[in-house]
Design a protein around this ligand. Structure first.
Ligand SMILES: Nc1nc2c(ncn2[C@@H]2O[C@H](COP(=O)(O)OP(=O)(O)O)[C@@H](O)[C@H]2O)c(=O)[nH]1
Ligand SMILES: [Mg+2]
Length: 385
């Protein structure tokens, strides 16, 4: 069985390499998530993996989707919309009728056109995207027969079919949702939550049912795993500003008022991860930072100076973080110094997971960030609220 990878590494890990070749995937998108951008990121990614793409768009003009798709090569559009507004199509394939006149005729014509387009691409691994099936919802029989008929062609042409659907009100235990779930091999639910003025987006794999959620964002370079805020805290001179600078592509440090108002900010974006990272002292102003940065702190590094760790304060900060449900990791900094205690000793003393790092040279910093992401994905409470 061949697996076809998706544009997020974490998703592939959860799905043992991706989705099965020839399968069909429902992408249910909450309204705060731009499903067309998601679909285009998927197309751009699969195209980079040498897929041919057939993109069937039936709720707006294809050029709106083209704006997000990086290439015209080997990307064919089926225009299911122009006829609805009496416009000539510019695409190779078209559904030459209005869905409003007869949904079942429209779907029948769609089956024939999709099959044709996929067969024209035969011999390649392909990607098929249908954006979107919302206008067919309720026409269950017609939709089911469309999906059934296309399934055979997907298998024959080594194509994965992705069906986009805005979440117009499917609740968790909705009978309609169950019906939909039965029709597809995979169901990816793109969820959105508003928190402290930002929208947190994450993928919940509902078929197969996987508990770990994958937070994501859509950037110019494609889909990335996205965690809005990571905090770096610890005593004065433990290396917080240095850590933020080392981890970030760009960073600023506001230090001029001494330890009271110090705040570092950097942006991390690399190997598929994106995060805003904030450094703030762990002394008196820690509560202030937790409140100021709000509920959307996803994870925290507690920095200690391995030459002289303040165990009491580190334990206290860990307790405060734990009480707020924020996953954290102790970074035992200055490991390059001769008199540094080994991370194992510090971990044992604290009873809290600890990694040894050298913030200045960056030793073990990337690995620690990956580990914190892991902890965030498996422990963070906001997925469940
Ligand atoms: N040798 C070494 N120096 C470090 C390391 N981390 C930080 N420093 C230095 O220690 C000093 C204090 O670090 P800084 O990041 O400003 O600490 P902060 O007060 O916690 O923000 C600076 O001079 C850094 O260059 C490290 O891992 N190794
Ligand atoms: Mg500093």
């Amino acid at each position: 069985m061949t697996k076809v990878s998706l544009p997020l590494e974490k998703l592939n890990t959860l799905l043992d390499g991706g989705v099965e070749d020839g399968s069909n995937v429902l992408i249910l998108a909450d309204l705060v998530v731009d499903k067309m951008k998601f679909g285009s990121s998927l197309v751009n990614y699969r195209h980079e993996q040498d897929d041919n793409v057939v993109y069937f768009i039936n709720n707006k003009l294809p050029r709106y989707a083209r704006d997000y798709i990086k290439t015209d090569d080997n990307v064919s559009f089926i225009d299911g919309f122009s006829a609805t507004i009496n416009k000539e199509t510019e695409e190779d394939y078209q559904i030459d009728m209005k869905i409003s006149e007869s949904t079942s005729d429209y779907i029948e014509a769609s089956v024939a056109t999709v099959k044709q387009a996929l067969e024209d691409n035969e011999g390649y691994g392909s990607t098929f995207v249908l954006d979107s099936i919302d206008s067919w919802v309720g026409h269950w029989d017609a939709m089911e027969s469309f999906i059934d008929e296309i399934s055979g062609t997907l298998e024959d042409t080594n194509t994965v079919g992705y069906y986009l659907l805005p979440n117009l009100g499917f609740e968790e235990d909705d009978a309609n949702f169950e019906k939909l779930t039965e029709m597809f091999d995979y169901v990816l639910h793109l969820k959105g939550l508003e928190r402290s003025g930002i929208t947190l987006k994450f993928i919940h794999v509902r078929k197969p049912d996987i508990e770990t959620k994958v937070p994501f964002d859509i950037t110019a370079s494609g889909l990335v795993m996205y965690v809005p805020k990571i905090l770096v805290t610890g005593p004065y001179n433990s290396g917080k500003s240095t850590a933020v600078e080392t981890l970030s592509e760009t960073s600023v440090s506001v230090d001029r008022l001494g330890t009271t108002v110090a705040l570092d900010h950097g942006k991390v974006e690399r190997h598929g991860l994106k995060a805003d990272i904030f450094g703030t002292p762990g002394q008196k102003r820690f509560d202030w930072a937790l409140n100021f940065l709000g509920e959307s702190i996803f994870g925290c590094f507690v920095m200690v100076d391995s030459r002289n760790p303040d165990y009491e304060r580190a334990r206290e900060m860990h307790r405060e973080l734990e009480a707020k449900g924020i996953p954290s990791l102790v970074l035992a900094n200055f490991q390059n110094k001769d008199d540094a205690l080994p991370p194992e000793t510090i971990e044992e003393e604290l009873g809290i997971e600890t990694r040894g790092v050298d913030a200045l040279n960056g030793d073990n910093m990337d690995e620690s960030l990956d580990r914190l992401f892991e902890k965030i994905l498996s422990e963070h409470s906001w997925y469940y609220t």
